[in-house]
Design a protein around this ligand. Structure first.
Ligand code: CP
Ligand code: NVA
Length: 323
């Protein structure tokens, strides 16, 4: 797609764009598309928001939340507003969907009203069903299986700190959950190696690990799994962790706290990584569980930049899909 003239200056390349595409896991997209989004995200991050190109003028974007959110909701709404668009924010429980209206009917109606649908839900299959029936792009803002918007912000944070993603080694420590899967996928698409250090029973989906290593044959990235957090973080550029109890896992809370206890990111573990390693966490954090307060708030923590980068990564993503 040839970008309109107003889009080109200062916003980086739009080719290849994701014009009209949905983003459910990022496994459906090519490395060059992800590179282009990250390049645009970096430009937005470096540009005062008041000077952002008005890429989304007249565009309406539905943000549906079937699960709680702080960062995703605010960052999407702020980014959309600064690009000149409008966000229609909906809590799933307040919609007719919450009283039994089907995903199919909801998709057909919203497609007549908005230009894109961003959905946070539990089952990944709900997003796939919405996408099957919608005639506008659907963006996954978290399912139990994937969190691609988070992973784009994670990658942007690593680029800001290390200048490139190619050749970076990132250790994900803890529960091999949605954030772990999406980090591995973005890593494979961009040339990073992500090692997941997880206890037995909490390892990431082997099909995703295999996909990452297949993708890595062309990008130089890859994924591996260990049950040893100490060897996992050795020589790594970043240590990433996330909650032990994701939304939907509450009934298993006691077992999870016990099983994951040896996987806490504390100062001793961070000391085994490279001296310039950064610490990442998608947030919200649980001090003293998956990460200690001193590490989260310490000098190697990049989590506040990482949270801010949600704005730039998602704005760039929407720019590439809708502009
Ligand atoms: N990291 C993340 O998605 O945060 P929220 O749940 O607050 O949106
Ligand atoms: N893994 C967490 C991420 C929250 C942003 C969850 O799914 O609850």
């Amino acid at each position: 797609m040839t970008p309109p003239a107003s889009h080109a200056p200062g916003f980086g390349p739009f080719a290849p764009s994701l014009a009209g595409a949905s983003v459910l896991s990022l496994m459906e997209h090519r490395p060059d598309a992800v590179d282009a989004i990250l390049q645009s995200a970096g430009i937005l991050a470096a540009t005062p928001r008041a000077e952002w190109p008005q890429l989304l003028t007249g565009r309406m974007i539905a943000l549906i939340f079937e699960r709680p959110s702080t960062r995703t909701r605010v960052s999407f709404e702020v980014g959309i507003t600064h690009l000149g668009g409008h966000a229609v924010v909906l809590a799933g429980r307040d919609m007719q969907m919450g009283r039994g209206e089907t995903i199919e009917d909801t998709a057909l109606v919203l497609s007549r009203m908005v230009d894109a649908i961003v959905l946070r839900t539990g089952p990944h299959a709900t997003l796939e069903e919405l996408d099957r029936h919608a005639t506008v792009p659907v963006i996954n803002s978290l399912s139990h299986a994937h969190h691609p918007c988070q992973a784009l912000a994670d990658a942007l944070t690593l680029i800001q700190r290390f200048g490139t993603l190619r050749g970076l080694r990132v250790a994900y420590v803890g529960d091999g959950n949605n954030c772990c899967a999406s980090l591995m996928i973005v890593g494979a698409l961009t040339g990073m190696h992500v090692v997941a250090a997880c206890p037995p029973g909490y390892t990431p989906d082997p099909e995703i690990v295999a996909w990452c290593n297949q993708m890595g044959t062309s990008t130089g990235g890859g994924a591996s799994v260990t049950d040893n957090p100490q060897s996992g973080v050795e020589g790594c550029h970043a240590i990433y962790t996330d909650t032990w109890i994701s939304m939907g896992d509450e009934q298993e809370a006691d077992r999870r706290r016990k099983d994951l206890d040896p996987y806490r990111v504390d100062a001793a573990l961070v000391g085994l990584a490279r001296p310039d390693a950064i610490v990442l966490h998608c947030l919200p954090a649980h001090h003293g569980e998956e990460i200690t307060y001193e590490v989260l708030h310490g000098p190697q923590s990049a989590v506040w930049d990482q949270a801010e980068n949600r704005i730039y990564a998602q704005a760039a993503l929407l720019g590439h899909i809708l502009a």
